[in-house]
Design a protein around this ligand. Structure first.
Ligand SMILES: [Zn+2]
Ligand SMILES: [Zn+2]
Length: 187
């Protein structure tokens, strides 16, 4: 991930003694992210961050939390929604070396930890699968595009049984609904 670092920890004060710990409280500025469905995930900056960094001899253990609000278009009606989020992260950082790679560990270089990926991953993993303006959002009419939360339209969509629609379409594709042999040959 290439981006402007979101948060860096200066390790100078704890690098020389194993077991020493750094406690930090700060504010961070998060960049907008591309989200599924051609949407933009916007953060209401700043977010707060609290963390502990412990020198564990072979590297550094980082445990922390971050929280704030974000804005995203509702999954169904596409209206902008603002919601709070809080998430935790726990990562082990080991010195960067080509020979020694641990799947679960992150790497660092010099006297600084870059927590950007740790923070972004923690946020993404905590995001709800569906972001809705209200749990009962009625979405947009699939025919005319009207936001059904504000106005009702006259389109006939709800009376349709989707299974019936599929069946009709399938019969049309087959060509008139008879059991033609062409269909069998194609498969
Ligand atoms: Zn909605
Ligand atoms: Zn409609």
């Amino acid at each position: 991930m290439t981006m402007k670092p979101i948060y860096k920890v200066d390790l100078t004060s704890i690098k020389d003694s194993s077991g020493s710990r750094l406690e930090l409280r700060d504010q961070i500025t998060l960049p907008d992210l591309d989200w599924e469905g051609d949407r933009l995930l916007e953060f209401v900056n700043p977010w707060w961050i609290e963390l502990e960094v412990t020198n564990v001899s072979r590297g550094y253990q980082v445990n922390g939390k971050t929280g704030g609000s974000y804005r995203l278009d509702c999954d169904r009606c596409l209206e902008k929604v603002q919601l709070p989020l809080e998430t935790e992260f726990n990562d082990l950082f080991l010195p960067e070396s080509p020979s020694q790679q641990e799947e679960e560990a992150r790497s660092y270089n010099g006297d600084e930890l870059d927590l950007s990926v740790t923070i972004i991953e923690a946020i993404i993993l905590q995001m709800p699968l569906k972001v809705l303006c209200t749990p009962t959002c009625r979405g947009l009419c699939s025919v005319c595009g009207t936001n059904l939360n504000t106005v009702a339209c006259d389109c006939e969509t709800e009376s349709f049984d989707p299974r019936l629609t599929m069946l009709l379409k399938w019969k049309q594709d087959k060509g008139g609904g008879d059991d033609g042999q062409s269909q069998t040959e194609e498969h």
